[in-house]
Ligand binder design. Structure first.
Ligand code: SME
Length: 149
């Protein structure tokens, strides 16, 4: 994937209507390793599922901050890259085919306000290039979300 081109396209999408959904759809279509893409937004002490795209819905629509992989990333403010979910005791299974996951916090004014959660069907689905790209996308989403309020 040409991440520079993808980044420019994401920035363009973020200016439009229903921008978070457009960004999620874009990531699901264009990020080769992704099988499911969702945004969780912080609500009190929980993460609450917002926009998502994938073959099926997850029953985990509310995850306490600090729990599971999603909650760990929200608590630390740092990206979690899980190359083999079967080896991570924090992993909360949503979809049987998922083998790897990346969770990228969305940070605004020093506070985690949400995160991007991407599942993949291959082991080691996400590398440093995906991490850098998604961290830039998270910055775009942070600016967009703050602009919405
Ligand atoms: N696997 C995540 C839960 C969210 S689902 O993947 C959509 C976790 O361990 O926190």
């Amino acid at each position: 994937m040409d991440t520079e081109k993808a980044y420019r396209e994401i920035v363009a999408l973020a200016g439009g209507r229903d921008a978070a959904r457009a960004v999620v759809n874009y990531l699901h279509d264009r990020l080769p390793a992704s099988s499911w893409v969702g945004l969780y937004w912080v609500a009190g002490r929980d993460l609450v599922l917002g926009e998502w795209t994938g073959p099926e819905a997850t029953e985990h629509t509310r995850i306490p901050i600090g729990r599971d992989v999603c909650g760990a990333a929200a608590a630390s403010g740092r990206t979690e890259v899980v190359s083999d979910v079967s080896k991570d005791p924090r992993y909360l299974a949503c979809f049987p085919p998922t083998k790897a996951e990346i969770v990228v916090p969305i940070v605004a004014a020093g506070k985690v306000i949400g995160e991007i959660d991407v599942d993949g069907r291959e082991l080691n689905a996400f590398g440093p290039k995906d991490q850098r790209f998604l961290e830039r996308v998270a910055e775009v989403l942070a600016r967009m979300r703050v602009g919405e309020r």
